[in-house]
Design a protein around this ligand. Structure first.
Ligand code: BLA
Length: 508
């Protein structure tokens, strides 16, 4: 039977975040059908932007060009509909005078509807070209060729300078879905969050998917009531791309528990995946103007590209090192013994796989180099493996290895094993145990309430730091490690067939 915690997590993942049926009142929404431009959905605050006098009069079913005297706006909407990206991207149309107010308009298509967002835009800088030069200056501050950390650190500095938010974080997702505050710029006097880890379920999968297609999330004020959509359609309007999409009540609860009134998130996307977020906190309501949001959005997009380049460069240099070892393996002379071969190459092999020990098993012989467990432990490990590739982060946590005396592990935390052929020639890389602490942003509580829809997980009530001590684990194995190993495997196999088979007597 499913545990209540699992059921509560499932409910969390089912939360229909994209169709809240309401908006945040800082902007208005009018949605009309693509065929006849007749209004199907609107929010009451949209009336003040139209030429409809009586506020209570419904604008449902009215044609959009009857509602706005400003022809430029209607032209701009029609023009935007020709854009190839209009189904998947929110297009900012510019600033229009509506009822003598400068109004920022943005449009996109959602299902069969054209969604128009309207927002007051006093003092807009858009026309002066300042936005572009701002972004250029911000990008100029980014350093190159030093890994992602300095890039993130500079980015949060320039973003806080731009926005004036109390806290700007570079939040990086880890392999298990949890996330870490990897860089932070925070107002003096506030507790730093730098280095804190947050569990995966704080940001459920559907929310991550939205962050991929809609890279800007604005939450103006957690204390402000949402405005409901007035609709003449049964089909709920998907608000994924709207900047003013109302906030899920569960997340409002989360932010309130954190003491936050306003937040923004800008997605950091690398190779089409959500790598992280720029996360902003403010302790009072704070709304960035559409211009400034556009600056921060463009900066985040260009930042993502620069980060991708940086990560690619790192991966490339690792691949080059693996290639060099592969070449060495391919040039091992036929007469060379296994021991000599591995003596020569083990340092390089361990280097590219970031391991501290290596064991090679062929028939009943085991050859080791670097820091490996005792022979009996290696035997137990090697006999248990039937997968072509197996990565274990903590030998001590696997029940199958409970018979191994932990002293025999010689402080090896985990291993990565590859089977080379059907005779079970096997290469095992060992990584040393690292004792470390995870500093969680709050004690992981299972705060479950039972309602009509079953168990429901609520955000934890305290975000005070909680330290988890991790022992008996090694540095996690990554996708890159697997790629490196797979590449090496081919060369090792070649060597094995070319060499070892014919000279197995020359083991020593
Ligand atoms: C949304 N939760 C989010 C988002 C963030 C976080 C950043 C918005 C993501 C985006 O839209 O771009 C989490 N915010 C954080 C974290 C920090 C921060 C980790 O500032 C660290 C400093 N949340 C829970 C639980 C559930 C949950 C238990 O804690 C589910 C039961 C759900 N989180 C949840 C939902 C949203 C969310 C539903 C979407 C809110 C919305 O966009 O309407």
């Amino acid at each position: 039977m499913k545990s209540d915690f699992k059921a509560a997590l499932d409910n969390c993942e089912r939360e229909p975040v994209h169709i809240p049926g309401s908006i945040q009142p800082f902007a208005a929404l009018i949605a009309f059908d693509t065929e006849n431009f007749l209004v199907f959905h609107f929010t009451p605050n949209a009336i003040t932007f139209t030429n409809v006098i009586a506020p209570e009069q419904s604008i449902l079913n009215r044609e959009i060009s009857d509602l706005f005297s400003n022809r430029e706006l209607i032209h701009a909407v029609r023009g935007a509909l020709g854009l190839p990206t209009i189904q998947s991207h929110r297009e900012r149309l510019g600033i229009f005078q509506l009822n003598d107010r400068p109004v920022d308009a943005a449009v996109h298509i959602s299902g069969s509807q054209i969604v128009l967002e309207l927002e007051d835009a006093p003092g807009s800088i858009e026309r002066s070209g300042t936005s572009i030069s701002r972004v250029r200056t911000m990008l100029g501050a980014l350093t190159r060729d030093q890994g992602y950390e300095p890039l993130l650190e500079t980015a949060v500095k320039v973003l806080r300078h731009l926005t004036g938010f109390d806290r700007v974080m570079g939040y990086r997702f880890l392999n298990d879905g949890s996330g870490e505050v990897s860089a932070e710029e925070v107002a003096p006097g506030l507790k730093p969050f730098l280095g804190l880890r947050y569990p995966a379920h704080d940001i459920p999968p559907q929310v991550r998917r939205i962050a991929l297609s809609s890279p800007v999330r604005v939450i103006h004020d957690t204390e402000q009531a949402p405005l409901e959509l007035i609709s003449n359609s049964e089909t709920p309007l998907d608000l994924t791309l709207c900047h003013n999409r109302a906030v899920s009540p569960i997340h409002v609860e989360y932010l309130r528990n954190m003491g936050i009134r306003s937040t923004m998130n800008f997605s950091i996307i690398v190779h089409g995946e959500l790598w992280g977020l720029f996360a902003f906190h403010h302790h009072f309501p704070r709304l960035l103007s559409p211009d400034y949001r556009a600056i921060a959005e463009l900066f985040s997009q260009l930042f993502s590209m620069q980060l991708q380049q940086e990560l690619d460069t790192q991966a490339l240099s690792r691949r080059r090192a693996a290639d060099a070892v592969t070449t060495q393996l391919r040039h091992v002379p036929v007469v060379q013994s296994v021991k000599l071969t591995l003596d020569l190459l083990s340092c390089d092999l361990m280097d590219v796989v970031k391991a501290q020990g290596i064991a090679f098993k062929h028939q009943n012989e085991i050859y080791t180099s670097g820091n490996c467990p005792e022979r009996n432990a290696i035997d137990a490990i090697s006999q248990s493996v039937s997968e072509e590739l197996l990565a274990i982060e903590s030998i001590q946590s696997v029940t199958e290895y409970s018979t191994i005396d932990s002293r025999d592990l010689n402080a090896c935390g985990g291993f990565l094993s590859i089977l080379l052929d059907q005779n079970f020639s096997q290469l095992i890389f060992f990584r040393n145990e690292i004792n470390h602490e995870i500093r969680w942003g709050g004690m992981p509580e299972k705060n479950i309430e039972y309602g009509p829809n079953g168990p429901r997980l609520h955000p934890r009530s305290s975000f005070d730091e909680y330290i988890e001590k991790i022992a008996g684990h090694c540095e996690p194995w990554t996708q890159e490690d697997f790629s490196t190993i797979t590449e090496l495997r081919a060369a090792m196999l070649e060597l094995l067939y070319r060499n070892i088979r014919h000279s197995s007597r020359e083991w020593n």
